[in-house]
Design a protein. Structure first.
Length: 135
């Protein structure tokens, strides 16, 4: 048995779960450890991608086929269909994730203009800044 089979239990179907766990941990560590706001946003995106991978992997049915019914009733028709709902939910989550990232980046730009830095420690050390009103 190779080291790959020993590490992953010899089942290639579990590889996606291992990758999702590794990405979850990497994203969580980036969010908790980094003091740079951009790195925190990147960590959130990595974490989010791991959740997407996990949901897509759980939605896959072994030997499943696309949920499209044949035009006529054929003897021996396919009876094992994959569930399309996780894929539709993840597609929606991707769009929401991109929008959230855009808002986060816009906030980082405003913080940079107001405080002159994007590092948490330096922002906390500075006195409170009066917000400027943008016409």
């Amino acid at each position: 048995m190779s080291s790959f089979e020993t590490l992953f239990g010899g089942l290639p179907g579990l590889l996606n779960y291992w990758v999702a766990i590794i990405l979850l941990v990497c994203g969580l560590i980036m969010v908790m450890d980094s003091r740079n706001l951009i790195k925190k946003l990147i960590g959130l995106n990595i974490f989010q991608s791991a959740v997407f991978l996990l949901f897509i992997t759980m939605g896959k049915v072994s030997q499943g086929h696309p949920p499209i019914l044949p035009a006529t009733n054929v003897e021996g028709a396919i009876s094992n269909f994959s569930n399309p709902l996780p894929h539709a939910l993840i597609l929606t989550a991707i769009v929401v994730g991109v929008a959230t990232t855009a808002v986060g980046l816009a906030l980082v730009v405003r913080i940079r203009r107001a405080y002159g830095t994007i590092h948490e420690d330096q922002i906390m050390d500075k006195p409170e800044v009066e917000p400027e009103i943008i016409p």
